[in-house]
Design a protein around this ligand. Sequence first.
Ligand code: AMP
Ligand code: ZN
Length: 464
Amino acid sequence: MIKNDITLYDSLSKQRKVFLPISKDIVKIYSCGPTLYRRAHIGNLRGYVFADTLNRLFRETGFRVKHVINLTDVGHLFGDGDVGEDKIEKEARDTNQDIELLITNLIKIFNSDLEHLNIPLKRYDFTRATSYIKEQISLIKRLEKKGFAYKISDGVYFDVQKFKSYGGLAGVSKSIQQEGKRVEINKEKRGSYDFALWKFSKDTENRLQEWSSPWGVGFPGWHTECCAMASSVLGESIDLHTGGIDLAPTHHNNEIAQQESDTGKVFVNTWMHTEFVGLNGTKLSKSDGNIINIDNLIKEGIDPVALRYLFLTVHYKTPINYTDESIKAANMSLKELKSYCFYKGNLFFIKKDKQIVENIKKAVSDDISTPKAIALLWDFLKDDSIKRSTKTKTILEIDKIFGLGLKKKKIKIPNDVILLFKERQKARENQDWEKSDDLREKIKEKDFNVVDTSSGTDLFPIIN
Ligand code: AMP
Ligand code: ZN
């Protein structure tokens, strides 16, 4: 696989681009992470599975990867208009919890959710926004010095009119701004698209998290947090930035405006946005109790990795409608894939099918076309001319990209099954097909399957 064979769709230029890293051999990725006010639902988790698939692809193609997933623990307000309540403060107050405890518990749950989805925590830098307050203040100071920031009574704002190419993502154009189509709530703002870099604590509220700053006591804006974390850990310009599609019009347009005004350089080479997950044709909505999380899956007897499989079967730019049937089907498919991982001997001397590994990598390198890659895998597994040992070796190799946690399982074949198998082989040699079929059924009753292929007969356990 040649490294520059990866092409990815960039939501900003709205074009597919051949991937070329900014620094040789290292890929720098920033993925917008969870807001720590409630547990992630299955929709939220789609973005992290996507980020992990990207990460795996780059690793398997020979790149080193530096990948940040941030943890938003302050300043993400309800709504996009800088006037809503801080989600985390509100949750802590409403549930009467210590805010640090709320945040740290949610981080633990988030980590465990990721582990359930085979997302290796060690491969990521998880950055908490509150650990980068100093960097956020420095960024705002620089923006102020360069004339991009101004102070009004409730905070410090970014002056969007000063950033000429504002709104490239998701089609927010200058003309819309000038028409003033956005509902204006804060009359002191110079322009309707201006956004808060720093907000002041109100006299009337007793904020649980606040910091002093050159402009007054308060807290950072959500968009400012992501820029400060991305540039602190990854540098001024990064290769890839991912997030849910809902983040493009406001959060990500604002990130670009801040970072590029600060550095004068392109912030992100490729923007990638994942589509939403719906539940039974409706929105996943916490307020309607229309929510599924990893624990719900486990309680239903579903392997959480089946969710990862389900996500892989749909292209990241296509919405998913999650249903009971779709997750159950995914769970069955995962079990079937696991059944290919049983092997009685040592796989060391078995050769993988290089061509199929290459073809699958190619599909994933083609703008993360995982549905195509999964289809290729099934075609390969269903091909009776291929030996089972080759399938086992190959599927384990491919799983480095799919991340379905497939592992070689040793099988102990009971003696009575071996005897039945040998007897059946003899019947086949004698072309006694009736007896051979009978014996196949007897073997099945003992939870083993026999499959005759052009390269011999395979014997493996049935997984229920
Ligand atoms: P939050 O933790 O609320 O900040 O959301 C984390 C991520 O989940 C964001 O990137 C959202 O874009 C994304 N997201 C929210 N709802 C859904 C959904 N139903 N399907 C897919 N992604 C979602
Ligand atoms: Zn972000």
